[in-house]
Write a new protein. Structure first.
Length: 387
């Protein structure tokens, strides 16, 4: 890492430090950094436990336990300036211990983590569920826990984090990769820039090229699995519902959003609003129906700006809609949304006429209430960007 001197047109190296000379420790510092910023490891992870010791007949404990976006358990072992010789063996033991964890056990482990590290306050955070199952569903973008597969077979992943890796560690990691074990070595380097401390994390195993190949293989396997999953009952139920609902939209004169939309197996169905990255969405869950407007542009800043402009007209929007809406700014996420929901036994085909009527009516009202405020806000954003 280098700094640039514009006046002399030269670069100068930033001083590399060691964690030991800085007085940092694995448990109080590195572990806490990663627990609160897991995406520093290069992907979205959900930390579900710290210093997990729930292994029978052993007092061992792993540093961090996480879930990835595919529902795999991720064992994260942290070392500071030196990886040591035995870190791979240590992580493999933890993976073997975790291989037997069931979905219910994983939810319970995460609930214990939430109860300990995020206890409920007298003023609970708005729109932040404290229940582990709800958090996991939100992270995996699933409507309910029944549809989630966690910790299948030997899908456990290993992540080793250290400032320096010994040759015996890297050699073993590369061999394990060749045997199909999902292991990654991430090098963490502290830099001193004046009084400021910088941290850089690089994945050194597998290399970016090897990782791309692995992603391609995983994508193919996922595609093959999804072909089988499509045949399952609830996906067929959704497709049947969307077909009937879209037919109802075709016959409706109050809302043309879904005139050219095809049915799918998913629990959501989106249609464009005329504003880039802000679709309307129909939600069909087993226990709930929703209509939504998403602020889902590539820029989190733009999403929050548009949301804040639209919510300024909250009273008039809800008056036109005819009911109170849920305004979810979701400060910890890139997207925001406005939604309206009703509890209903969606998988009971006997209530589908009622459900279809509700979806058509509420989406029609939502579009009419939000169309002008959304377009005005988008126009203001364009003028803002030009200015």
């Amino acid at each position: 890492m280098f700094t640039v001197n514009y006046q002399t047109n030269r670069i100068s190296p930033v001083k590399i430090k060691t964690f030991s000379e800085l007085g940092f420790t694995e448990r109080k510092h590195l572990q806490e950094w990663l627990a609160h910023q897991p995406d520093a490891l290069g992907e979205e992870l959900l930390i579900i436990q710290k210093e997990f010791d729930g292994f029978d007949d052993t007092r061992e404990r792993l540093d961090l336990l996480a879930l990835d976006k595919d529902g795999n358990l991720v064992i994260i072992e942290n070392k500071l300036d030196d990886s040591g010789r035995d870190v791979v063996w240590q992580a493999l033991k933890y993976a073997s211990y975790c291989a037997s964890l069931t979905k219910a056990q994983i939810v319970e482990i995460y609930q214990q983590y939430l109860d300990r590290y995020e206890p409920a306050s007298s003023e609970p955070e708005v729109n932040v569920p404290k229940h582990a199952a709800a958090r996991i569903c939100e992270f995996l973008d699933a409507p309910d826990l029944d549809e989630i597969k966690l910790n299948l077979g030997n899908s456990q992943r290993l992540m080793l984090v250290a400032a320096n890796f010994r040759k015996e560690v890297t050699s073993t990691a590369l061999w394990l990769l060749g045997q199909g074990i999902n292991i990654a070595c991430l090098k963490i380097t502290p830099y001193a820039l004046g009084e400021q401390l910088l941290i850089n994390i690089d994945q050194i195993i597998p290399t970016p090229e090897a990782k791309e190949l692995m992603i391609g293989i995983s994508a193919k396997e996922a595609e093959e699995k999804s072909t089988e999953v499509v045949l399952k009952n609830r996906h067929n139920v959704r497709r049947d519902y969307w077909e009937q609902l879209l037919d109802a939209f075709q016959k409706s004169s109050s809302c043309q959003l879904y005139s050219n939309i095809s049915p799918s197996k998913d629990h959501w169905l989106c249609a464009g609003s005329g504003v880039t990255g802000c679709p309307y969405s129909l939600i069909f869950n087993q226990k709930e129906l929703r209509v939504e407007l998403w602020f889902g542009r590539n820029s989190a800043e733009e999403n929050k700006w548009l949301f804040d402009r639209v919510i300024q007209q909250k009273d008039s929007i809800e008056c036109k809609f005819g009911a109170e809406l849920e305004w979810l700014r979701l400060d910890d996420k890139k997207q925001s949304r406005v939604q309206y929901a009703v509890r209903l036994d969606g998988f009971n085909r006997d209530v589908w006429p009622e459900a279809i009527s509700w979806h058509v009516e509420q989406m029609s009202k939502l579009e009419q209430a939000l169309k002008t405020p959304l377009q005005q806000s988008a126009q203001s954003l364009r003028l803002k960007d030009k200015g």
